[in-house]
Write a protein that binds this ligand. Structure first.
Ligand code: GLN
Length: 199
């Protein structure tokens, strides 16, 4: 079976994630129905608008399916995707998956016009890498639990976290062509090229 990554494509900025996976030589598919999760080994929850995503997830029946999928498979969430993975989004209109023990303040970086590109240092597995990251109406991680590993900070606040097999980012690496976080989250799938292309 070819290993594949799903990209939640109900709403928001999902196409650029596909380009990153194409560059990495990883098969991917857009996920709009629960049944698509049967064919994938990891999932990306893209940026967008978490209140809208909440409504669409509820309507499509995908909410429960993603919660059980996340038990066994890695999830990478960016921006609104990070909000959806949090324990608490501090907003009744957003129903989160509770995959990361973090609390969030939505839109903490201000309005669309306050969007910015920043250079960050990512520290992971004794490796340090400098990357560019785009923040757009970004959420802020205002609390994180002991089991949450912070792999990058922006102005002293965690902006990239890993907990177990899941990775969450308050910015958009895909807008700067940065594949590092896809490689970290889907390490097992990407490094298992035998498995990737075996019949
Ligand atoms: N502000 C959005 C939200 O609260 C997130 C913005 C983004 O994904 N770029 O859902």
């Amino acid at each position: 079976m070819v290993k594949k990554i799903g990209i939640l494509a109900l709403q928001g900025n999902f196409q650029k994630h596909k380009l990153i996976l194409d560059q990495l030589g990883v098969e991917s598919t857009y996920v709009r129905y629960s049944s698509s999760l049967d064919d994938v080994n990891g999932l990306i929850i893209p940026g967008g608008e978490s209140t809208t995503m909440t409504k669409l997830l509820d309507r499509s029946g995908l909410f429960e399916s993603i919660v059980s999928f996340a038990d066994k498979n890695p999830i990478l969430g960016t921006c609104a995707g990070l909000i959806m993975m949090a324990n608490n989004a501090m907003d009744d209109r957003v129903n989160t998956f509770k995959l990361l023990d973090i609390d969030i303040e939505r839109n903490a970086s201000g309005r669309q016009i306050d969007s910015l590109v920043e250079s960050l240092t990512v520290s992971y597995d004794n490796i340090q890498k400098r990357i560019d990251a785009t923040f757009i109406r970004a959420p802020k991680i205002i609390r994180h639990g002991k089991n949450v590993n912070v792999i990058a900070y922006y102005k002293g606040t965690p902006c990239a976290v890993k907990s177990g097999k899941h990775v969450g980012l308050s910015f958009h690496p895909e807008l700067n062509g940065v594949s590092l976080f896809h490689e970290i989250a889907f390490n097992n799938i990407i490094n298992n090229k035998e498995g990737l292309h075996a019949a």
